[in-house]
Design a protein around this ligand. Structure first.
Ligand SMILES: [Zn+2]
Length: 70
């Protein structure tokens, strides 16, 4: 598995299937498309959000984790 800079790959299980979810890489999300969340995330100033994406290979459940920048 590839190692990205400082990003830890988590081992998480799908809550529905109980099998390990697969890491799909890091993605940058433009917050403008996620207006519903802006009310809660208004302390973010960058306008974009970097997340790690995991997907269940069985049911397709997507899980995202924010990448914390130091
Ligand atoms: Zn699943």
């Amino acid at each position: 598995m590839k190692k990205t800079t400082g990003h830890k790959i988590r081992k998480i299980n799908c809550p529905y299937c109980g099998i390990q979810m697969e890491y799909r890489g890091a993605n940058r999300i433009q917050l403008g498309r996620w207006g519903l969340f802006l009310a809660h995330w208004d302390n973010w100033t960058s306008g974009a959000l970097e997340v790690q994406i995991y997907e269940c290979p069985k049911c397709g459940k997507i899980e995202m984790f924010r990448i914390h920048k130091k």
